[in-house]
Design a binder for this molecule. Structure first.
Ligand code: ZN
Length: 400
C-alpha cells in the first residue's frame, strides 16, 4: 500500500514535471518564433586598435576582438551577435606617417573574420592614420582601410558587397538601416600644421597632433544631412568626441601634471606645437581652433541627433575626468566613447574594450553593453556595471 502510494505520488510528480517541461518548450518555441520576437539590429562599436603598437607585444588587437566576437575569448569572454560594426579610427600605432607594412598587418587582421564580411564593417580615419599634407591625400587610410572601396586590390573592400550601401567618400559618408541614418566623418590630421601633423622643425620631425579636425565642407555636409533628416534616428560617427561631453574631453584634460608641474602624457601625448588644449576633442574646423561648430548646432537644436559615437581617449569603464564618463547625455544627445581595442598604446595599460548597441524593431530603447577584451580590469566579456539602456527620440524601424 505504501509502495502503491509512493508510486502514485511519483507518477503524479513525473506528470507535473512533464507538464512543466511541455509548457516550457511551448513557451520557448513561441519566443523563438520570428513572429513573437521583435527583430533586433546589433551595432558593434569599436576603435583604436593601433595594430602596429600592440603587435610589438605580440598582441593582435583587431583580430583578437574579431575572434572573440565570433567564437568567444581565450579567457572566457562569450561570443556575441552583431549585424554591422563601426570602427572609428586609429588603425595605425605610430606618430609619423603609417607604413605599408602596418597597412598589410591591418588587412591581415581583418582576415580573422569568419562569420561576417569585411564589408559589414564601416570605418573612418583617426588622427594616427593620417599622412602629411605634402603626400597624396590620406593615401594610407584610403589604400588599406578604404571605406569607399576605392582600392579593393589592397584593402579587400568591395563596395558592391555592402549590405547597407554607403553614399560618399573616405572622408565623409552616410548609410541607412531602416530609419537609422549613420553619418560617418574621418579625422583630417593630414591638414598642414598646426591643424594636422607635418614637419614641425628644421629637422623635418613630424609632430603628433591628437586634436581632432574636420573641414568646413564636412561640417556643412553634416549640418545639411541633420537638417534634412529630422524624421530619422541620426547616429554620428567620428574619431573624436565633442568638447566637454565624455571622459577627459575638456581643454587640457588629455594630460596630467608631473610632480614638477610640467605636462605629462596620460590619455594623449603632449606636444606643445600640436594644439594640446584640444588633444582630446574635435578641436578644429578647417584651421579654426576650438571651433565648436558641432557643439553650437546641438546646443541650439537639442536632440538634432540621437547618438554621437567616438573614441580616441582610451579609458576603462569607470574612468572619470572632468566629471564625465564614457557615456553622457548633453544637448539631448547620447555621447558614447567606444575606445579602445589597443592595450599598449598609452603610457599606462588600458583594458581593451568595445561597445555593443542593440536596437529593437518598434522600440525606442537601445541597449548599450561594455565588452572587456582582456582580464586586466575585470573578467573578459560583458562588464555589467557599465551596461545601460537609452531612450531614442523615436522608435527604431528596421524596415522603414
Ligand atoms: Zn586617436
Amino acid at each position: 500500500m505504501l509502495n502503491r502510494r509512493v508510486r502514485t505520488l511519483l507518477q503524479g510528480l513525473v506528470g507535473i514535471v512533464l507538464c512543466w517541461a511541455a509548457a516550457g518548450f511551448a513557451l520557448a518555441q513561441e519566443t523563438d518564433s520570428p513572429r513573437a520576437a521583435a527583430a533586433q539590429f546589433r551595432v558593434w562599436v569599436m576603435s583604436d586598435p593601433h595594430v602596429g603598437t600592440d603587435i610589438e607585444y605580440e598582441r593582435e588587437s583587431l583580430a583578437d576582438a574579431i575572434r572573440q566576437s565570433e567564437s568567444g575569448g581565450d579567457l572566457g569572454g562569450p561570443p556575441f551577435e552583431w549585424d554591422i560594426a563601426l570602427l572609428l579610427g586609429d588603425f595605425a600605432g605610430g606618430f609619423g606617417v603609417p607604413s605599408d607594412a602596418e597597412g598589410e598587418e591591418v588587412v591581415r587582421q581583418f582576415g580573422a573574420l569568419e562569420q561576417h564580411r569585411r564589408e559589414d564593417i564601416y570605418s573612418i580615419a583617426g588622427n594616427h592614420d593620417a599622412t602629411v599634407h605634402t603626400e597624396p591625400l590620406q593615401w594610407w587610410f584610403r589604400k588599406w582601410v578604404d571605406p569607399a572601396g576605392e582600392n579593393a586590390d589592397s584593402s579587400g573592400v568591395d563596395s558592391a558587397a555592402r549590405k547597407f550601401a554607403i553614399d560618399g567618400s573616405w572622408e565623409r559618408y552616410s548609410f541607412r538601416v531602416g530609419n537609422l541614418l549613420f553619418l560617418m566623418m574621418s579625422d583630417r590630421n593630414d591638414l598642414p600644421p598646426p591643424v594636422g601633423r607635418g614637419p614641425v622643425n628644421a629637422a623635418q620631425e613630424i609632430g603628433g597632433y591628437p586634436a581632432g579636425a574636420v573641414t568646413g565642407e564636412t561640417f556643412s555636409w553634416w549640418q545639411n544631412m541633420v537638417e534634412r533628416n529630422a524624421d530619422s534616428i541620426i547616429v554620428t560617427g567620428h574619431h573624436h568626441m565633442l568638447k566637454e561631453t565624455t571622459t577627459a574631453s575638456g581643454p587640457w584634460e588629455g594630460f596630467t601634471r608631473a610632480a614638477d608641474g610640467s605636462w605629462r602624457a596620460l590619455y594623449h601625448g603632449f606636444n606643445p606645437g600640436g594644439a594640446p588644449e584640444g588633444a582630446s576633442y574635435l578641436y578644429f574646423v578647417d584651421d579654426k581652433p576650438d571651433a565648436q561648430a558641432f557643439e553650437g548646432l546641438l546646443a541650439d537644436s537639442p536632440g538634432a541627433i540621437d547618438l554621437w559615437l567616438g573614441a580616441h581617449t582610451h579609458l576603462r569603464p569607470e574612468r572619470e575626468t572632468g566629471g564625465r564618463r564614457f557615456l553622457e547625455h548633453k544637448w539631448g544627445v547620447y555621447f558614447i566613447n567606444a575606445a579602445a581595442l589597443s592595450r599598449y598604446h598609452n603610457p599606462l595599460v588600458v583594458p581593451p574594450s568595445s561597445r555593443l548597441l542593440t536596437f529593437t524593431d518598434g522600440s525606442d530603447q537601445v541597449r548599450v553593453q561594455f565588452y572587456l577584451h582582456s582580464n586586466d580590469y575585470y573578467y573578459q566579456g560583458w562588464y555589467e556595471p557599465a551596461e545601460t539602456t537609452l531612450t531614442l527620440s523615436k522608435p527604431f524601424h528596421l524596415n522603414d
